[in-house]
Structure formats: C-alpha cells, structure tokens
Design a protein around this ligand. Structure first.
Ligand code: MF3
Ligand code: CO
Ligand code: CO
Length: 269
C-alpha cells in the first residue's frame, strides 16, 4: 500500500515525491550489481537454469526479494531470452552454445521499491549481425531515455526509439511495452516503444517507469509458446532487448539501474 503523499494523474500515472527517488536508486542498484556480476557466468556450455540459480543466490545475498518468483505463477528470479526469444524466456536445462546472444532480465524489491533492468550478453563469439542488433537496441533505449524530460510526451519517447531502429532497417516489437513501476511492479502507463511526437501522456517530474525496447532483425510479429510465457519472433529472426528503470526529474531523467561497473553497454568485454 502507498502511504500518504504523491498524486495520480488523469491517466492513472503516479507522481512520486522527491524522497521516493532514494528507494528506487537502492532497488535499481541491486539489479545493476547482479547484472554486472552475472556476466562471467555467461559462457558456452552453461545452462540458463544455472545462471538463474546464481541470480537467485545473488538476490538473497543482498537481502532483496525477487519480484518475479510467484508473479502470475512465474517461478524464476530472471527471464533469460536466447536468440529468437523476444522476452520472458524461462530458464531451463538447455546449454548455451558458442555465439548465442541472450537477454537477462531481473526485477527485485528492496524496502518495497521495485528495480527492473535487463541487458544483452553473449556466450563466446559475437557475430557481426548480432553485434549490430545489440548495438542498435542499446542505442535505441538511450535515444528513448534522452527524450525523457518534463513537457515531452510518451509519444516522443516511443518515436525516438522507433525512428532510430527503423533507420537501421530493424523492427520494433509492438506486442510488449515498458511500464510504470515504483512500489508496484507493473502500473500505468504502458510505455510504447513506437509512436508519434506529441502523442500520449505528458511526462511529469516524479513519474517512474521502465523503457525496454525489443528489436528484431526481421519482422516485428511475435508469438507466445505453449508454456504461456516464452515470446518468440514469428519469423525466427534474432531479437534483442535492453531495459532501464528511470524517473523524471525537474530537468530530465534519473536512471536508477545504471551499471556501477560501467558494464551496461554491450562493448564491456
Ligand atoms: N521483468 C519483466 C519486465 O520487464 C517482467 C517479467 S515478469 C515474469 O516487465 F514473470 F516473466 F518474470
Ligand atoms: Co519491465
Ligand atoms: Co524487466
């Protein structure tokens, strides 16, 4: 439950108070540290179940709680989406192969605040095609974040992402979006990664949300597998995603999930 303070816009978006940023920073930094430290475990031969087991231990070691274990029946501390899996890949016994690219998405709760972030990793050798996809997806997220400031709209954010991705002849997934968060995991608004300038709700200081574009080398259409979670590209083309949790400040944006080791960007290695 929310205590007193803050308000809700007409669109149902919570406006947080200045003191709430500290809680989001603490939660965001726990996720960022975990993603920094999981990198060395992403190697050919490793299973995604083992990577998830290590993440589960890292969450506990920091006194945090996994937001995904028990969420709508989900049973893991991470989503691990390999190659043509767009998002919500379920960790399992399949071993990574040389050249696999994967998104690892972790959400934790620290003192009631949610931190949600994901990055791309590679097992072994990175192909030129995959490298290009990962770079464009990373840069698209950053273009979206650059559009975050009071007075801009969510349409401006979506447009910044879509126009950048399409200029590189790649496609933006429409079937999944970012979301408001704070003391809850998924709240209004739906943060679309496509759109038109000036459309959608106005950004205001104190809004907290994720931006998490999924970009495909082929067509944007997805389908969800029989496990009811795993989303894949319909044309089986390669897909990538990066996610940050951010807050709108008086003159711009505060990124809660920045990597303390500077390893968010795909060229860390
Ligand atoms: N972390 C994902 C997001 O960015 C949500 C995962 S929900 C789960 O919103 F249940 F699949 F883990
Ligand atoms: Co999210
Ligand atoms: Co996430």
């Amino acid at each position: 439950m929310y205590e007193k303070g803050g308000r809700i816009t007409r669109e149902g978006i919570r406006i947080h108070e200045p003191g709430d940023f500290a809680g989001m920073h603490a939660a965001g930094q726990v996720v960022a540290e975990i993603l920094d430290e999981i990198g060395p475990h992403v190697v050919p031969g490793q299973t995604t179940a083992e990577i998830d087991r290590i993440i589960t231990e890292m969450v506990a070691a920091r006194g945090a709680t996994s937001a995904t274990i028990g969420y709508r029946g989900y049973q893991h501390a991470s989503c691990i989406s390999v190659n043509h899996v767009v998002c919500h890949g379920i960790p399992g016994p399949k071993a990574l192969k040389d050249g696999d690219i994967l998104n690892i998405d972790v959400t934790v709760i620290v003192d009631g605040w949610f931190g949600d972030s994901s990055r791309m990793f590679v097992a072994g050798t990175l192909s030129r095609r995959a490298e290009r996809l990962i770079q464009v997806t990373h840069d698209a997220l950053m273009k979206g974040i650059e559009a975050v400031k009071p007075g801009n709209t969510f349409g401006d954010v979506g447009h910044a992402i879509q126009s950048f991705v399409e200029a590189h002849r790649m496609s933006v997934v429409r079937d999944f979006c970012g979301h408001g968060l704070g003391r809850v995991f998924h709240a209004p608004p739906n943060v679309l990664h496509y759109g038109r300038p000036g459309r959608e709700a106005m950004l205001e200081e104190g809004m907290f949300f994720t931006i998490e574009p999924m970009v495909n080398l082929g067509r944007p259409e997805t389908k969800v597998l029989a496990d009811d979670w795993t989303a894949v590209t319909r044309d089986r083309s390669l897909s990538a995603q990066f996610e940050h949790s951010v807050g709108v400040t008086a003159d711009g944006v505060d990124i809660f999930t920045l990597s303390p080791a500077g390893r968010f960007h795909p060229t860390w290695r």
